[in-house]
Write a protein that binds this ligand. Structure first.
Ligand code: MG
Length: 274
């Protein structure tokens, strides 16, 4: 298989970036090697546009990317120049104001009362919950399509809440640190739209590798030719996920990311040097 036929859709926090300090220095040169080989890497994260731009700047490479749990894709031309549209983006979601309006009007109080939104917390608490400092906190709070929160209820109530949101055309996403309410979009559906576009518009059939660590990555892992899971420290997030061909890293991020990507590439006879 040609390396330029491979697309890696990857979660960032806890999968490629270390869960505690968001570092990826140890695998930066491996990521660059993959890109130089022609492999496409698409961050598919609950992070905002600005946060992923910060990551791209740290990497020193601009990438196509999917924001806020599948709400929008940006830099289409970097995936394939022929995908470029006027805006170079596709938006799959209503605005956060519309979503919050539906939440306020339609969600029963028994669930609403259990939701503690990050946007309403004191700054110190926001930093603690998101694990961010003063420099990066504003980028995480400036959300266009989703709102992070904590649920202070039983797991039974939590499951019911999920169903209520679904019945209202919204989704609840469970990341490594917080929950998110969003429109009816997911990492998997955004991935699917992009791959279908490549197939139907450009007659390409990419080989898809997906990397995740949390429940909000499952939809993406299910759509991949090669699903990969990176473990979180002290949290059994996806240990019970059953999939035939899943690859599981032994190490946490960032090293675990390199570990599963090397294994995935080896399975299709691409051996990265180093
Ligand atoms: Mg994650």
């Amino acid at each position: 298989m040609n390396a330029d036929n491979i697309i890696i859709f990857t979660d960032l926090d806890g999968s490629l970036l270390n869960h505690d300090d968001f570092q990826f220095k140890k695998i930066r040169s491996f990521i660059i090697d993959c890109l130089n080989c022609g492999i496409k890497i698409i961050p598919n994260s609950s992070k905002t546009k600005r946060e992923i731009e910060v990551f791209s700047n740290q990497l020193g490479k601009q990438l196509p990317f999917i924001v806020e749990n599948g709400a929008a894709v940006h830099n289409l031309d970097l995936l394939n120049i022929n995908l470029k549209s006027n805006t170079n983006s596709i938006i799959f979601s209503r605005t956060i104001d519309e979503i919050i309006e539906i939440f306020k009007k339609k969600v029963p109080a028994i669930f609403k009362d259990k939701c503690l939104f990050v946007k309403d917390m004191k700054k110190q608490k926001q930093k603690e919950i998101l694990g961010l400092n003063d420099d990066y906190l504003p980028f995480a709070l400036n959300r266009g399509y989703s709102t992070p929160f904590i649920f202070n209820g039983s797991s039974k109530l939590f499951d019911e809440f999920k169903l209520i949101l679904e019945s209202l055309g919204m989704k609840l996403h469970e990341g490594g640190r917080v929950l998110n309410i969003s429109d009816n979009c997911s990492k998997g559906s955004a991935l699917n739209t992009l791959v279908n576009k490549l197939q139907n518009d450009l007659f390409l059939s990419p080989y898809v590798i997906a990397v995740g660590d949390s429940p909000n990555d499952i939809s993406m892992l299910k759509e991949a030719n090669q699903p990969c899971v990176v473990p979180l420290p002290n949290k059994n997030n996806l240990n019970n996920l059953k999939m035939n061909n899943i690859l599981r890293a032994k190490q946490c991020a960032p090293e675990g990311w390199e570990e599963v990507i090397r294994l995935s590439l080896k399975k299709i006879n691409i051996n990265m040097i180093g």
